[in-house]
Design a binder for this molecule. Structure first.
Ligand code: ACO
Length: 370
């Protein structure tokens, strides 16, 4: 038995949800470029869960369910208010989603129908929880979800209590489409491993959130913004990046385990970042990002991943950086739950082996003699 570090190149499951072949990402066979251009996030969530694009009635019915399920239990809001005020948003989200399962009487029902229903509920309630966490951290009361609004519109509305602009809704909706699923990424794998023990969907999503939180995965978008803030002004950029490269530090938002010639999602976020900058008459963040890309790609050959330009996009939408990774979760919960449904439809416990590298032939010595 020989281990492969980081399971690189290991094919651990079959899946018909999303694929990456020769650098092209598809959801259920639809190219991500096409979906990013034309589809709403709700259509994409339906596609991931049910394997086909919804017709008009199916989409209407999904939108209604998402809207009906969006409010969260008041006891959960009370609980979030007890979390420390300086809470990490991802740690708070992980705790709140775990707690959410306690309020769902269906939590341990394992029929496909019950799990599909819980997938929709989780998709509906996760944005409400993120917005509540954001407001409670600032000492404000949560804003109740707006009936009939899309996930993107509702989330932006719940953050501020004000109607978001069409541009902001469109940009966030497209970002949600781009982040919705990504084959066997670390958080999706964590979700599948958890439910493959026949544990419940809330446990699966809680595991996934824990995995997404790390800066090598979803946490990278927050780390990109921290880096941009630390650099501060364009005149300091070249020296700051050069120092990181000389010190062999990782530049957040660059590199990918699977994409070696560029992440197909990054160009959409780059375009969005430029458009928002042009619209706001302030392209400083976009210009700095482009300069960083030039330096990192030029010197290391590493290309930006989905997290790199999403940092400047979200900042230009007026969103604080502690919410970037939770926004990733708002989108990816569609993919996590689709994978959970797929795992449970044809389940076998996931239990690989480890290559043992520790000592052997040890003789037990009683504690007095040690
Ligand atoms: N900055 C500088 N060097 C890098 C970077 C980076 N961002 N990414 C990889 N490298 C270097 C590594 O140091 C390594 O160099 P070495 O061979 O001289 O030691 C080489 O490129 C290969 O990198 P690995 O870390 O082995 O690549 P791996 O496939 O294990 O990791 C990962 C992929 C985690 C994405 C890595 O590129 C990274 O840490 N990037 C920064 C964090 C990030 O942006 N994560 C988000 C990924 S996308 C997502 O999860 C949504």
């Amino acid at each position: 038995m020989t281990a492969t570090k980081g399971l690189e190149g290991i094919v651990a499951t079959t899946s018909s949800i999303s694929s990456i072949v020769d650098g092209v990402l598809t959801y259920r066979g639809y190219n991500i470029d096409d979906l990013a251009e034309h589809a709403s996030f709700e259509e994409v969530a339906y596609l991931l869960w049910f394997g086909k694009l919804p017709n008009a009635d199916e989409l209407k019915s999904l939108r209604k369910s998402l809207s009906d399920y969006a409010p969260i239990p008041s006891d959960l809001v009370a609980q979030i208010k007890l979390y420390p005020k300086n809470m990490s948003t991802m740690a708070a989200l992980r705790s709140a989603i775990s707690a959410l399962g306690l309020y769902d009487e269906q939590a341990d029902e394992m029929t496909a129908e019950a799990n599909e229903n819980k997938a929709v509920k989780l998709q509906a309630q996760l944005p409400t929880i993120v917005a509540a966490i954001a407001r409670i951290r600032e000492g404000k009361e949560p804003v109740a979800p707006k009936e009939g609004a899309s996930i993107a519109e509702n989330f932006l509305y719940m953050l501020t209590g004000e109607e978001p602009s069409d541009t902001a809704v469109k940009a966030l909706d497209q970002a949600l489409v781009l982040h919705a699923d990504h084959e066997l990424n670390a958080s999706t794998f964590a979700a599948r491993v958890t439910v493959a023990t026949l544990s419940d969907i809330y446990s699966g999503v809680t595991s996934a959130i824990g995995a997404l939180k790390g800066p090598l995965h979803g946490g990278a978008n927050e780390a990109v913004m921290k880096m941009l803030n630390e650099i501060g002004t364009p005149d300091r950029l070249e020296a700051a990046i050069q120092e990181k490269l000389n010190n062999r530090e990782k530049i957040m938002g660059f590199g990918h385990r699977v994409y070696k010639n560029g992440d197909p999602r990054a160009k959409h976020l780059q375009k969005m970042s430029k458009e928002l900058g042009d619209m706001n008459n302030d392209t400083r963040l976009y210009d700095m990002s482009v300069k960083i890309e030039e330096l990192v790609t030029g010197q290391k050959g590493l290309k930006p991943n989905v997290d790199f330009y999403s940092a400047s996009v979200y900042t230009q939408l007026g969103i604080e950086h502690e919410l970037f990774t939770p926004i990733f979760a708002i989108s990816r919960v569609s993919g996590w739950t689709a994978h959970i449904l797929e795992q449970l439809a044809d389940n076998r416990i996931i239990r690989p082996r480890a290559e043992y590298t520790g000592p052997t032939e040890q003789k037990y010595i009683s504690v007095e003699l040690r």
